[in-house]
Design a protein around this ligand. Structure first.
Ligand code: F6R
Length: 243
């Protein structure tokens, strides 16, 4: 595992954006696995700047997002599809048909999960998977459990995740309790993984995930077994780790 220790959120975002930009330049038709949440917003902003400066071309890039809330329409401003449109897709020259997010309005969970796995498969897998990390160690919405869930599945969110996400909703009752998420197998099959973490509140879980035992109780700990992981974190998120 390679670790980049950056000063703060801006430094983390700059580094993450450079690594994603390098992937796009090396392979213009690459498949990017993308995440939502607070962590990647700064990196997406920098990628948009790269496009505006003429340094980056997204015309052949394909994307597959990690997850989506069940029950939210793409135009709901809390949906992850909306987040991606707002923070990245609508601001660069990516083709809409090359972007993939699970369908939050699917009526048949099993069919939607199978469809999503087939999409990932048809693209030949993910070249670079961007990940944030939840306070309980979740990646995507793969929550702590007694085993690692393999494929895309519909998951009941834990109370800790619902509480953490309620900051973004008008009221806690509006936070969906279920989500579709890529499974651990799809994440682990990505050629390269880029996990970003910022802030003191992530220090404990960064230590557990990357320096503790590999266990499904801390889903991100499985990344220790991946051959090409880059952790980009700021000083606060790495404050409990001796490097
Ligand atoms: C979002 C996702 C989640 C987040 C995690 C951290 O697509 O997959 O696993 O990466 O909840 O969220 P933030 O970045 O808001 O702390």
């Amino acid at each position: 595992m390679q670790i980049f220790r950056e000063k703060d959120y801006e430094g983390m975002s700059r580094r993450a954006a450079s690594l994603i930009a390098a992937q796009i330049i090396l392979k213009p038709h690459c498949v990017l696995g993308l995440a939502t949440g607070s962590s990647p917003i700064g990196a997406y902003r920098r990628l948009v700047e790269g496009y505006q400066n003429g340094e980056l071309d997204f015309s052949e890039v394909r994307t597959v997002n990690l997850d989506e809330y069940k029950g939210l329409a793409p135009d709901n401003d809390q949906s992850y599809r909306y987040f991606m449109q707002d923070n990245l897709f609508s601001k660069v020259n990516i083709r809409p048909e090359n972007t993939n997010v699970p369908n939050g309005l699917a009526s048949d969970d099993a069919a939607e999960c199978a469809r999503y796995d087939a999409v990932i498969h048809s693209m030949g897998g993910v070249d670079l998977q961007l990940l944030g990390i939840g306070h309980n160690g979740h990646i995507g919405f793969n929550e702590p459990a007694s085993e690692f869930p393999k494929d895309t599945h519909c998951v009941a969110l834990t109370q800790s995740t619902i509480d953490a996400n309620s900051r973004l909703f008008a009221s806690p009752e509006l936070v969906p309790h279920y989500a579709y998420t890529m499974g651990i197998k799809s994440i682990m099959m990505a050629h390269k993984i880029l996990l970003i973490a910022s802030g003191k509140d992530k220090a404990e879980i960064v230590k557990k995930a990357f320096f503790g035992p590999v266990t499904p109780e801390v889903p991100a700990s499985i990344l220790q077994l991946h051959p090409d992981v880059v952790l980009v974190a700021d000083e606060a998120a790495l404050s409990l780790v001796e490097l």
